[in-house]
Design a protein around this ligand. Structure first.
Ligand SMILES: C[S@@+](CC[C@H](N)C(=O)[O-])C[C@H]1O[C@@H](n2cnc3c(N)ncnc32)[C@H](O)[C@@H]1O
Length: 375
């Protein structure tokens, strides 16, 4: 019978025990270096994953802290470039007021995770999608307290969230507006009025500026192309894509029932991971496209986009995200003055409207002249 595993181990230990002290020191040092390097590598990998997950990076615009009187002069919050500028900005605007009760009017893992990290008396989080509710429960239910509620409903339904305890100190509409087109099409103009009775002290709106149809920016070009292709796949699959709204649209639609206290904006930092996720979303819709040749063509185009993305350097800054902080007013006696977009804020999609839809070679006047001749 040969030596057992135990015998081999004992032999090894004996050999180690009889090594000269110098060798023992060398072995211990090498072992420690390997363990520390592995720990460092693991930490670097974790930080990289975290950075990739955070697609929004702060930009520090000119201007002072925005209070109503000054804010048309470029009243922009200065927000540091760490983990989440959106929620950092909201926390600063809220300081020193306590959170009290919080309503997350359009929840997801990002906003729910943040709400779980702040000190609230109670919170209610809403999604329009029951499947999403189940997913979020699976991930976070262990952190819910008895008084916290995650539920599914639709803001279009006038009966939804009626009854007791319906007023919250803070209401968060985090990227809710952009997604309303998928859940309650053509309800966007009524969303903030619908939320008004639930707002006790503060409403925070976050959103993404719509991407322009055309751009000269090399990263912008591919980002726009991916968004268009993604939305085309969603439409061909028989679903409704999201529709983002510009900051000035938001400001026009809150003016009767809210007073704007702070506005912040950020250059959106598109990581490679985020851009590739948009391609994956498009791919996940392909099986619902009935026309086989169209499906194949779309698949080919998505592959090509993925290949082009891999050849570029990321992250890239393109377009803006914004945060608006508001307080409810009961009713305004006079017509409220229209809040203006802060200085330095650029809406590419709105600027391009001055050039498009016609290109420079075919003006409206030429067409109307021809029409005149026809008559
Ligand atoms: C883009 S997600 C919001 C992002 C989210 N705050 C996060 O942390 O990632 C939009 C959320 O709003 C919900 N939603 C959109 N329209 C809605 C509506 N009309 N009524 C209720 N919920 C709606 C969606 O179901 C989803 O949960």
């Amino acid at each position: 019978m040969g030596p057992t595993e135990k015998d081999v181990l004992v032999d090894w230990l004996n050999w180690l025990a009889h090594l000269p002290p110098k060798f023992k020191m060398v072995l211990a040092t090498v072992g420690a270096v390997i363990v520390v390097s592995l720990l460092l590598l693991f930490e670097l990998f974790r930080l990289k994953l975290k950075a990739d997950g955070n697609k929004r990076k702060a930009v520090v615009p000119n201007g002072s802290n925005g209070l109503t009187k000054e804010w048309t002069k470029g009243a922009l919050e200065k927000i540091s470039a760490h983990s989440c500028p959106i929620f950092d900005g909201i926390e600063r605007a809220q300081n020193p007021m306590p959170w009290g009760s919080v309503l997350d009017a359009g929840t997801g893992s990002h906003s729910l995770e943040w709400i779980l990290s702040i000190e609230t008396n109670r919170w209610v989080a809403i999604t329009g999608d029951r499947k999403r509710q189940t997913e979020l429960e699976r991930e976070y239910a262990s952190k819910f307290r008895e008084q916290d509620v995650l539920t599914t409903g639709n803001w279009r339904d006038p009966e939804f969230l009626k009854g007791q305890r319906k007023v919250f100190d803070v209401v968060l509409a985090d990227y809710l507006l952009g997604s309303v087109d998928a859940y309650a099409p053509f309800f966007q103009d009524r969303l903030f009025d619908r939320l008004h009775p639930h707002v006790g002290r503060r409403l925070y709106i976050t959103g993404a500026e719509p991407l322009p149809d055309h751009t000269q920016d090399p990263h912008g070009k591919i980002i726009v192309e991916i968004h268009k292709t993604r939305d085309a796949c969603i439409l061909l699959a028989g679903e409704r894509p999201y529709r983002e709204y510009p900051l000035d649209w938001v400001l026009r639609h809150v003016k009767h029932k809210f007073r704007v206290t702070h506005v912040s904006f950020f250059e959106t930092s598109h990581t490679r991971g985020f851009v590739e996720t948009q391609i994956s979303v498009a791919e996940s819709k392909l099986h619902k496209i009935k026309d086989q040749s169209l499906r194949k063509t779309m698949k080919g185009h998505l592959n090509e986009l993925r290949w082009r993305v891999r050849k570029m350097t990321w992250p890239a800054e393109f377009s803006h995200d914004y945060v608006v902080c508001l307080e409810p007013v009961e009713s305004l006696e006079e017509e409220a003055e229209e809040p203006k977009v802060p200085e330095g804020y650029r809406s590419e999609v709105q600027e391009q409207r001055q050039v498009y839809p016609r290109d420079e070679h075919s003006s409206d006047s030429e067409t109307s002249d021809e029409e005149k001749k026809d008559k």
